[in-house]
Write a protein that binds this ligand. Structure first.
Ligand SMILES: C[S@@+](CC[C@H](N)C(=O)[O-])C[C@H]1O[C@@H](n2cnc3c(N)ncnc32)[C@H](O)[C@@H]1O
Length: 215
C-alpha cells in the first residue's frame, strides 16, 4: 500500500461518523465558513456525487430541504445512508452530467438554490492532462449554475490548480457578488485540488473591468 492509499485520520473519522469518504469534511468546512445553504434556497444540485458523502452531509444537516438532486457516472455507496437515499427529497441519476439525458433530468428538477460540484476526472499521472480535464468539468458545473441556479444562489466547484483557472475565477466574479478560491484543511497534503466558491449569483452578468466579455 502506498502512503497515498494509507487510511488517514480524515478517512478514519469519516468511517466512524458514517460517511463513505473523507471529502465530507471539505464540504463541511466550506459550508461552515461560507454558509452555502441559506434559508429559502430549498433545492440543491450535487454534481459528481459518488460515493455520496457530500449528499449525505446535505441530507443530514438540512433535513427540511425540498430536494437534493445528484448525479455521477458511478453508483452511490449504500453503506451509510440508512434509507436517506430513498427519501422523497432525494433524486440520483447515474450518468455523465455533461450528457443531454442527464442535463434534461436535472434541469426539470431545478432551479436550484445551491450547486455543488466535487466532480473530478480519473487521474492519468500527467498534471497538464488532469488539469485540463478538471477545468472542462468545472466549466460544465458553471454552465449548470448559469442555467439552473437562482439569482442569489451559491456555487462550489472543485478545480485542479494550474492551467487557466484564473480565467475561471474571473468568470465567477462576473456572475457572483463574492467569488474566491478556498482550500479546505481536509484536502490531501500536496494535492493540487482546490475549490472555487461563488456566493450570491447576480441577476445579470457584471461587465468585467478589463472590458473583455467572457461567454
Ligand atoms: C472526488 S469524487 C466525488 C466525491 C463526493 N463528493 C463524495 O463526497 O462522496 C469525484 C466524482 O466525480 C465523478 N465524475 C467525474 N466526471 C463526471 C461526469 N462527467 N459525470 C458524472 N460524474 C462525474 C466521478 O465519477 C467521481 O465519483
Amino acid at each position: 500500500m502506498s502512503s497515498y492509499e494509507k487510511p488517514d485520520p480524515w478517512s478514519l473519522r469519516a468511517q466512524r461518523e458514517g460517511y463513505p469518504a473523507r471529502s465530507v469534511y471539505k464540504l463541511k468546512e466550506i459550508d461552515e465558513k461560507f454558509r452555502l445553504f441559506r434559508g429559502g434556497q430549498n433545492r440543491v444540485l450535487d454534481l459528481g456525487a459518488s460515493p455520496g458523502s457530500w449528499s449525505l452531509y446535505v441530507l443530514r444537516r438540512y433535513p427540511a430541504l425540498d430536494l437534493l438532486a445528484a448525479a455521477d457516472m458511478l453508483p452511490l455507496s449504500r453503506r451509510f445512508d440508512r434509507g436517506l437515499f430513498e427519501g422523497d427529497n432525494f433524486f440520483f441519476i447515474q450518468g455523465d452530467f455533461t450528457s443531454a439525458v442527464v442535463k434534461a433530468e436535472l434541469a426539470r428538477r431545478g432551479p436550484y438554490g445551491t450547486v455543488i460540484s466535487d466532480a473530478a476526472p480519473g487521474t492519468t499521472g500527467s498534471r497538464s492532462v488532469d488539469t485540463l480535464r478538471s477545468l472542462a468539468l468545472a466549466e460544465e458545473a458553471l454552465a449548470y449554475a448559469d442555467a439552473y441556479l437562482v439569482p442569489g444562489g451559491n456555487l462550489v466547484i472543485k478545480v485542479f490548480q494550474g492551467g487557466d483557472t484564473a480565467e475561471l475565477l474571473a468568470r465567477l466574479k462576473e456572475r457572483f457578488t463574492g467569488a474566491r478560491g478556498f482550500k479546505p484543511a481536509a484536502c490531501r497534503g500536496g494535492s493540487f485540488e482546490t475549490y472555487y466558491i461563488g456566493l450570491g449569483k447576480r441577476a445579470t452578468l457584471e461587465k468585467p473591468k478589463d472590458g473583455k466579455v467572457r461567454a
